[in-house]
Ligand binder design. Structure first.
Ligand code: PMP
Length: 395
């Protein structure tokens, strides 16, 4: 006998077929990917440095530049979900002792503050109650008082359903020698966003919302100003995986055509195919058309919910995020019972609140492939049925 060690038997559950039910994902993400995107992710694997794959990476880069409306050369997809892009932004920009100002009006500001402090930043915050956004005066005062080298704000606060206007923030930041970092995971493609014109220095997003691809490869872009800060770092970027200097060599940023790309890590091949198709769909539809589809369907949903006698979390109409709608749970109703009823009967996901809205709200997402008039009608019907089932009088 070779060894006295014996392996334990294979898990029985892996000896049965994989089962994945079909669900309509109308929560804050992921949204359902279109058949075209799913088919792309099932295509044969290529090597991560094969010329055909490098070509697809270039197409993804061009697609992100279009979606972000930026000409930034340092534009790529980080391997990982939205958090990976968020972490990549922070880890490349922050050095120990840097003062970073974070706008907190929901969960995502809190997360960014946490990431910045883990990277040694002196984190300062400005805050708003969940459901409200910041005025330019709030931001100007905060920046003049704290004198940060970077300011973070979330464009689409998916925990609260709030859309933060961005016009003018870039000028305030740049007038105070400060970089502007924006989270657009939940807003990209659903509401206007112009990275270069709005003076955004670092912008990141996710694949699984409006772009309608599986989570796994996340768009990010750095302005020349942000690249200046990266070049001036006194210390190496503390993460090897997210180091934009190394990722630039893999994505061919700054390389002449034909110059060899450098292996950094194995790109998530299938996720990159899927993201390519998500971006291609956006390019075919056109950014403006995609944005107006999201805005129109959101308005229909808002109207339908209010017609039922439900209250939207965000009072100010212009501050409502089109992609994720937050609805107050009526007195005496358990949010989870309603969401479970809708899941069991209709196979539709609507989700509960997050952070300060937890237990008090539902969040309904209409994003990408899912953002259709049919889905608006479907979710309204399902919600009405569920509320009636639990004894709520619905108009
Ligand atoms: N930021 C926002 C605004 C989000 O909505 C999300 C996802 N819910 C994230 C960041 C994090 O993305 P992920 O879950 O893909 O890591």
């Amino acid at each position: 006998k070779e060894s006295s060690v014996e392996s334990f038997p294979p898990p029985q559950e892996l000896l049965t077929p994989l089962r994945v039910p079909q669900k309509t994902l109308l929560g804050p993400g992921p949204s359902n990917a279109s058949p075209r995107v799913l088919a792309a992710s099932a295509l044969p694997l290529l090597g991560h440095l094969h010329p055909e794959f490098l070509q697809i990476m270039d197409e993804v880069k061009a697609g992100i530049q279009y979606a972000f409306q930026t000409r930034n050369e340092l534009t790529l997809a980080v391997s990982g979900t939205g958090h990976a892009a968020m972490e990549a932004a922070v880890v490349n920009m922050v050095e120990p002792g840097d003062v970073v100002l974070v706008a907190v009006h929901g969960l995502w500001g809190e997360r960014c503050a946490d990431m910045c402090s883990r990277n040694g930043a002196e984190v300062r915050t400005i805050t708003k109650p969940i459901g409200q956004n910041f005025t330019l005066e709030d931001i100007q005062k905060g920046i003049e008082y704290h004198k940060p080298c970077m300011f973070f704000i979330c464009h689409g606060e998916s925990s609260a359903g709030v859309l933060q206007p961005l016009d003018g923030i870039g000028d305030i930041c740049h007038g105070n020698d400060c970089l502007l970092l924006v989270d657009s995971v939940a807003s990209l493609g659903g509401t206007p966003l112009y990275m270069d014109q709005q003076g955004i220095d670092i912008l990141y997003s996710g694949a699984q919302k409006v772009l309608g691809a599986p989570p796994g490869a996340s768009p990010i872009s750095f302005s020349p100003r942000a690249r200046g800060k990266l070049a001036r770092r006194k210390q190496k970027v503390p993460s090897f995986y997210f180091d934009m200097n190394l990722l630039s060599d893999y994505w061919g940023v700054g390389l002449q055509k034909g110059q060899p790309r450098k292996y950094h890590h194995t790109g998530p091949i299938s996720s990159v195919y899927a993201l390519r198709e998500g971006l291609a769909k956006l390019a075919e539809e056109g950014l403006e058309n995609c944005i107006s589809r999201h805005q129109q369907n959101a308005l229909l949903l808002h109207q339908g919910l209010q017609d039922m006698g439900l209250e939207l979390w965000v009072k100010d109409k212009s501050a409502r995020l089109p992609t994720v709608t937050v609805v107050r749970v009526p007195e005496g109703v358990n949010w989870k019972d309603v969401a479970s009823y809708i899941m069991n009967k209709y196979s539709i996901e609507i989700s509960g609140g997050l952070g300060a809205s937890a237990g008090k709200a539902w969040r309904i997402g209409l994003m990408g492939h899912n953002c259709t008039r049919d889905n608006v009608e479907l979710v309204l019907r399902a919600l009405k049925d569920a509320l009636q089932h639990f004894g709520v009088r619905v108009q």
